[in-house]
Design a protein around this ligand. Structure first.
Ligand SMILES: CC(C)(COP(=O)(O)OP(=O)(O)OC[C@H]1O[C@@H](n2cnc3c(N)ncnc32)[C@H](O)[C@@H]1OP(=O)(O)O)[C@@H](O)C(=O)NCCC(=O)NCCS
Length: 158
């Protein structure tokens, strides 16, 4: 039986650069999200602002903000399998929070089917979907892309 090649070991964390994504990153971002079953069909229409964690030319992780006035949807958080469990998910969320705060966002809202405990440790609390700001509820994630079973969570940045 042919041997599967070992995945390349993840380089040291210090080699990671967090930067804003550009249009040319979109195909790689989409592939990363689709690999985890996360929604991508609205990316071109909505154009959420992505931050990427990059190791050279490779994307180790991504996460995005979709702005709605003083609130924003934190969405599309993903860390490539080889990089998990090394603090990158936390680092991406903290970077997105800093960016949101600096832009005057007061509340972050998210929907998750898989990572409730992960976000709880970052001080996100569960809320009813109806409690989310109306503008956020108008997003495609809320209206159609995330199933009703997804948990809604929010954090005040004040
Ligand atoms: C969720 C995710 C972004 C976390 O990334 P990460 O880089 O592994 O996270 P960190 O290293 O910063 O944090 C790791 C800690 O969070 C916990 N954790 C990671 N993923 C978790 C999950 N899905 N649910 C609960 N806890 C989780 C780990 O057990 C670990 O805990 P420890 O510190 O006690 O060992 C990553 O697992 C992922 O991309 N998952 C698939 C996509 C996904 O579900 N995204 C969320 C969409 S809302």
């Amino acid at each position: 039986m042919p041997q599967k090649p070992n995945p390349a070991p993840a380089p040291p964390r210090s080699n990671l650069l967090i930067r804003a994504a550009t249009a040319s990153d979109l195909d790689l971002i989409r592939a990363l999200l689709e690999g985890e079953g996360l929604p991508t069909s609205d990316l071109e229409a909505v154009r959420p602002g992505f931050l990427l964690a990059c190791a050279g030319t490779r994307i180790a992780g991504a996460g995005a903000l979709e702005r709605y006035g003083e609130a924003a949807l934190l969405r599309s958080l993903v860390v490539a399998a080889a990089w998990r469990g090394r603090g990158l998910g936390h680092r991406l969320v903290k970077s997105l929070e800093r960016q949101a705060r600096a832009a005057g966002v007061r509340t972050l809202v998210l929907l998750t089917q898989t990572a409730q405990e992960f976000f709880a440790r970052l001080d996100y609390g569960v809320i009813a979907r109806e409690q989310a700001p109306a503008a956020v509820r108008s997003s495609s994630e809320f209206r159609s892309l995330c199933p009703a079973s997804a948990v809604c969570m929010a954090k005040s940045l004040r």
